[in-house]
Write a protein that binds this ligand. Structure first.
Ligand SMILES: Nc1ncnc2c1ncn2[C@@H]1O[C@H](COP(=O)(O)OP(=O)(O)OP(=O)(O)O)[C@@H](O)[C@H]1O
Length: 247
């Protein structure tokens, strides 16, 4: 049985009476413990794909299946999600932001222990009580990652999670995502605008073009992946070619 499958998913929007086909018959198989990165030009449907995977909106046609079961808004894919902005509650500490999805009655000692462990996992030990305003952009995204991971979902969806960070913080967080991927044994699906990032992190890169899968490229390289190697450069050229930016 497939772990996670996207089956002939199409999504149409209507903007001021004009029909926009954001996704056109997209089919994908995503395995357990894969790190899939999704790249493509602006408007190619990347965020729409992630939102449909997260059951934040329904497809116009087709379905998303997790372990053979169709996902819906009533029974969504068991996934944690991280967006470009951390979206933290400003009045809650880092620890309480991680626990945000749990109602107070469920917050027993065991859960608090797990959240404290999560603070360590995302590299924020010592910042349990810090408020979002006291955290840097990278630290805030670490809290958002903790919040996505704390329920131990089998899938993590990341929508351009490092897009708002400066270059050095972004590089550090890329290494952190690789570490979390290797430690947590989950399937990561990450949208990014940065082809280098997609190839540094992904075990497979999916290129979307005008709502279709233009290319799927396995990345068979060990971590860490220095950009200067011919193999890496070759993959960059292949992905850029599929996006339509080849020279
Ligand atoms: N809620 C919506 N209502 C109407 N049209 C939408 C909506 N969301 C997305 N679209 C349209 O669907 C298409 C794909 O958008 P989407 O945000 O998925 O692209 P993207 O690849 O994530 O773009 P970007 O890289 O700029 O974030 C675009 O033409 C967009 O205008």
């Amino acid at each position: 049985m497939s772990f996670l499958s996207v089956e002939n998913v199409s999504k149409c929007y209507s903007i001021e009476g004009r029909r926009v086909e954001a996704l056109r018959e997209v089919s994908l198989e995503i395995g357990e413990n894969e790190f899939v990165t999704v790249v493509g030009r602006s408007g190619s449907g990347k965020t729409t794909l992630l939102r449909i995977l997260a059951s934040l909106e329904p497809p116009t046609a087709g379905s998303v299946k997790f372990m053979g079961r169709s996902c819906s808004q009533e029974e969504p894919l068991p996934a944690g999600m991280v967006f470009q902005e951390a979206r933290l509650m400003p009045w809650l500490s880092a620890l309480d932001n991680i626990l945000f999805a749990y109602p107070p009655r469920e917050r027993n000692e065991g859960l608090r222990e797990r959240a404290l462990k999560m603070i360590e996992t995302v590299g924020l030990k010592g910042y349990e009580r810090a408020l979002p305003a006291q955290l840097s952009g990278g630290m805030a995204q670490r809290v958002a990652l903790g919040r996505a991971l704390v329920k131990n979902p089998p899938v993590i969806l990341l929508d351009e999670p490092l897009g708002a960070l400066d270059y050095f913080t972004r590089r550090t967080m890329q290494r952190e995502l690789i570490r979390l991927y290797l430690e947590e044994k989950k399937s990561f699906i990450m949208v990014t605008h940065d082809v280098g990032e997609a190839l540094r992190l992904g075990t497979r890169v999916i290129v979307l073009g005008e709502g279709r899968v233009a290319r799927e490229l396995p990345v068979d390289l060990q971590y860490p992946r220095p950009r200067s190697t011919p193999a890496f450069q070759g993959l960059i050229d292949e992905v850029l070619g599929a996006i339509g930016d080849g020279e």
